[in-house]
Design a protein around this ligand. Structure first.
Ligand SMILES: C[C@@H](N)C(=O)N[C@H](C)C(=O)O
Ligand SMILES: [Zn+2]
Length: 230
């Protein structure tokens, strides 16, 4: 961050009525009022670091269950110190729109993973150097490290996950969208998830049914942040 440009920027923004910004010594920009694209948070102050926000500051009704903050993941070890899910601000707003549609049907989105520090991507690659399932951190890296990818499923009003083709991070043909043995119910639920995600500005990959990427991911760079210090 260039402090002067942020200062100038914040001065400019604060002169408009619909968005204000302020700086503190940790390089954190606080933006106020999102009334152009986010009515629900128009009165809230949203903390933003290097373009990333806490998804719960954008939509508190989203279910966050970061599997890499637990041992229940393909590495068997805790990879994240924090259970906070960070996302690129514009990606977070798209996911809020997905959740708003799902809530009308009595469902909600549940997040298994969002922003992932590049240092964690390296550990994952050591454990599973297979580019179908883990992005190579020594090449382009992961879209998760831009805060522009989400690993998600749908839950019902009791928080129960809908049936999907496989468990999260089950690195096999079962996780593939081309799995020929998908149950009818899993197929229907995945179709619902996919259609709503595509409609709201995400795209999918074939090898992992849970993984979606913001269509605008190429506008953004990989960032290194420690979410436990957010
Ligand atoms: C590790 C898995 N959940 C995942 O996110 N894979 C994609 C391809 C990635 O590493 O970006
Ligand atoms: Zn993913």
């Amino acid at each position: 961050y260039n402090l002067n440009s942020i200062k100038n920027n914040s001065n400019n923004i604060s002169k408009t009525n619909n968005q204000e910004a302020s700086l503190n010594k940790n390089n954190i920009v606080k933006t106020i009022n999102y009334n152009t694209f986010n009515k629900a948070s128009s009165k809230n102050s949203i903390k933003k670091v290097k373009g990333l926000v806490n998804i719960l500051d954008i939509d508190r009704s989203i279910v966050v269950d970061l599997k890499y903050a637990t041992k229940d993941n393909f590495t068997g070890i805790v990879l994240y110190k924090s259970k906070i899910c960070l996302l690129r601000e514009s990606t977070a707003i798209k996911l809020k729109n997905v959740n708003t549609e799902l809530k009308k049907m009595g469902y909600r989105i549940k997040i298994y993973d969002g922003y992932r520090p590049p240092s964690v991507q390296k550990i994952m690659w050591e454990k599973a150097p297979d580019k179908r399932y883990v992005a190579n951190p020594y090449k382009k890296g992961s879209v998760h490290s831009k805060g522009c990818a989400v690993d998600v499923t749908i839950v019902d009003k009791y928080g129960n996950e809908l049936e999907m083709p496989s468990k999260f991070d089950e690195f096999s043909i079962k996780a593939s969208r081309k799995n020929p043995n998908m149950s009818t119910n899993a197929k229907k639920n995945l179709e619902l998830l996919t259609n709503i995600m595509l409609k709201n500005g995400f795209k999918y990959i074939n090898s992992e049914w849970w993984h979606f990427e913001d269509v605008d991911k190429d506008k953004y760079e990989i960032v290194e942040i420690d979410p436990s210090k957010f």
